[in-house]
Design a protein around this ligand. Structure first.
Ligand code: HEC
Ligand code: HEC
Length: 284
């Protein structure tokens, strides 16, 4: 079969419009009966009208999946968070230190941190993801081995740290020293790749709300990451998700932690500026 851009997208999309009533756009995400999260917000100005409103991926999931995210006792991602809380206090590496040795309690020291990541690190003169920062602490401050970039240890730790910002608005910088990286991420977002010749925007900007195979397409926001997926029964990092999406276009993918994925993560995060951090989320 010969794939052309239009036939590819037509083959992938059943072009069924959103069933307005099924996952009503008016659903409200309240966690533990007390914390209401912002899951819809006016699109950031830098989107130049490409979207009117940005929406958390939570809105596009089935009611049962949504419910799992509404109570921490039901949210399977919370077990990983608990495991990471123990690691936070565990000494590792040649310096005899734990995360807590320098950062004390995670609740206080990491409050608000996730909302502004990825962010510029002045000493390193680069944009750092949370994963890169954690591994920098492990290697250069603890004398411990770096964790695998998208492995379980680090993803669970990112979830623990992200939880301390739950409910706070995503607010990553897009100008100043990060601007060049942000521009690179934007280019990657709109670049068509792979045999199917699809960009991120083709699915997540132009077709969100439509069904693709059995999946209800979201805007591909990252405010809920790390995300617990029922499909693989673990927390998944942003770069692991990107990898899966790029593979779906039948393209060679970049490596988790690569400069390309770091740039893409910054850009995608900025598309969600204004949405609440909602990690750990639950997805199918
Ligand atoms: C062929 C269509 C397609 C393309 C192209 C695509 N994705 Fe996705 N993506 C999906 C589907 C399907 C899902 C799972 C359902 C959903 O959340 O949209 C998904 C999920 C995601 C999620 C998780 C959202 C959440 O709230 O759980 C992110 C983030 C994401 N994609 C980012 C990207 C990025 C960045 C690109 C470009 C490199 C991309 N996607 C390209 C189809 C696509
Ligand atoms: C020996 C002290 C030390 C230890 C141990 C340590 N860190 Fe750090 N950490 C720092 C310092 C100093 C900074 C600020 C570094 C910078 O800005 O370059 C930092 C920054 C961070 C940040 C970014 C905070 C922000 O506001 O941007 C995170 C996240 C972090 N550490 C996580 C961890 C985790 C997780 C561990 C354990 C695996 C850990 N750190 C262990 C000293 C430490």
């Amino acid at each position: 079969m010969n794939f052309k851009p239009m036939t590819a997208i037509a083959a992938l999309l059943l072009s069924v419009p959103t069933f307005a009533a099924a996952d009503a756009d008016d659903d409200v995400l309240i966690v533990n009966g007390e914390t209401e999260l912002v899951t819809k917000a006016p699109a950031p100005a830098h989107l130049d009208g490409a979207l009117d409103e940005v929406m958390s991926g939570w809105h596009f999931r089935a009611d049962e999946t949504q419910a799992l995210e509404m109570d921490d006792f039901d949210n399977p991602g919370m077990l990983a968070v608990e495991a990471a809380a123990e690691v936070w206090n565990t000494v590792d590496g040649s310096e005899g230190k734990s995360c807590a040795s320098c950062h004390d309690g995670v609740e206080q020291s990491m409050k608000g941190v996730r909302a502004v990541y990825p962010k510029w690190n002045d000493a390193a003169q680069q944009v750092r993801t949370m994963e890169a920062q954690i591994n920098d602490c492990r290697e250069n401050r603890m004398g411990a081995k770096a964790w695998k970039y998208d492995g379980g240890d680090i993803t669970d730790m990112v979830a623990l740290i992200s939880l301390q910002s739950r409910g706070m608005p995503v607010n990553v910088a897009i100008d100043g020293p990060v601007q060049a990286t942000w521009e690179q991420g934007k280019e990657l977002y709109y670049a068509r790749t792979g045999q199917l010749d699809l960009s991120c925007a083709n699915c997540h900007e132009q077709n969100y709300g439509n069904m693709i195979r059995a999946d209800h397409l979201s805007q591909g926001q990252t405010n809920g990451f790390p995300a617990y997926r029922l499909k693989n029964a673990k927390l998944n990092s942003v770069h692991a998700r990107f990898k899966g999406c790029v593979r779906d276009t039948r393209a060679e993918t970049y490596k988790p932690g690569s400069p390309e994925f770091v740039a893409l993560e910054l850009y995608v995060a900025s598309r969600g500026n204004g949405l609440s951090v909602a990690a750990p989320s639950v997805r199918n």
